[in-house]
Design a protein around this ligand. Structure first.
Ligand code: FPP
Length: 271
């Protein structure tokens, strides 16, 4: 087995969902979990189904992940649902994804409201079909008073586009004389990103066995803990979310400093 997948100690696999859940320390939850929901097409292909069936099946995983994060008290969850690169997919697949999104919002709005969840779409939303933009704006408005989980959904989003749009916005402020170039620091840049309202992710989950970031939150993931699993997104359930969080809680985050307990001297420079 690829050692990178040794993120789930064998005993965890025998635990029930409830047994995994009680092992999570509620005082050390990630403040923000970001998810790359990959492997929907392959899940469908493996069953001889059209790709859209994989995306449709993935809705149940979205449901479980949102519910699981809300129940635990995770403050922020971001799901990467459509990248700027995804526009290059065949038209019927793009249309099917847009339809699924609208269907999801219609079906889940009641649950989001009941669970005090605030729904915030991010990305180049103006590139989405007008009826999708309207539905997302409606859901954002309906849930604006939510004080529980902040549920961000990244659409027509990519990490580089996020930086490009932030730079444009900062440049406009400089041009207008509202900001001196010497005052541009990391905080200013972060304040112009699509994620400006939330902390950087503490934990990134990617399904489907791909070990890549794929142009997702390039600035924000600088110190994020990464958790990869070979399972396809439509098979992702609450127990996988619990395992990712448990593994996160086993890690020591150093942010480039020395470890909190003495360690033998090594030749490595970076943490
Ligand atoms: C990548 O899998 C995932 C996507 C392009 C979109 C994911 C969208 C959903 C699961 C459904 C809609 C989401 C919400 C929140 C309503 P892929 O299609 O590239 O799979 P592959 O890598 O196996 O081809």
């Amino acid at each position: 087995m690829n050692p990178v997948y040794d993120l789930e100690p064998p005993e965890w696999r025998d635990y029930s969902d409830a047994e995994l859940k009680v092992r999570i320390d509620p005082c050390r939850l990630p403040r923000h979990i970001a998810v790359i929901m990959d492997g929907n097409g392959r899940w469908a292909q493996a069953r001889g189904l059209p790709r859209v069936s994989g995306h449709r099946a993935g809705i149940q995983s979205v449901r479980e992940t949102v519910e699981g994060a809300a129940e635990l008290g995770v403050p922020v969850l971001t799901l990467f649902a459509f990248s700027t690169e995804n526009w290059r997919r065949p038209r019927d697949q793009v249309d099917a994804l847009m339809d699924l999104l609208v269907e999801y919002v219609d079906r889940e709005i009641g649950t989001l409201l009941k669970n005090d969840i605030r729904f915030i779409p991010i990305g180049r939303l103006f590139q989405l079909p007008p009826h999708v933009q309207a539905k997302l704006a409606w859901a954002q408005d309906q849930t604006a008073r939510g004080r529980g989980l902040l549920f961000l959904i990244a659409l027509s989003y990519s990490g580089r586009v996020d930086v490009v749009d932030a730079v444009r916005s900062i440049a406009r402020q400089v041009q207008a004389g509202c900001l001196s170039p010497d005052c541009i620091d990391e905080q200013v840049i972060a304040a112009h990103l699509y994620t400006r309202e939330v902390p950087d992710p503490d934990l990134l989950i990617r399904t489907s066995g791909e070990l890549r970031i794929s142009n997702f939150m390039l600035w924000q993931l600088a110190y994020t803990e990464l958790w990869f699993t070979p399972i396809y997104w439509p098979d992702f359930r609450k127990r996988h979310l619990y395992m990712a969080i448990l593994d996160f809680q086993r890690r020591e985050r150093r942010y480039g400093t020395v470890p909190s307990t003495p360690e033998p001297v090594s030749s490595g420079t970076f943490s």
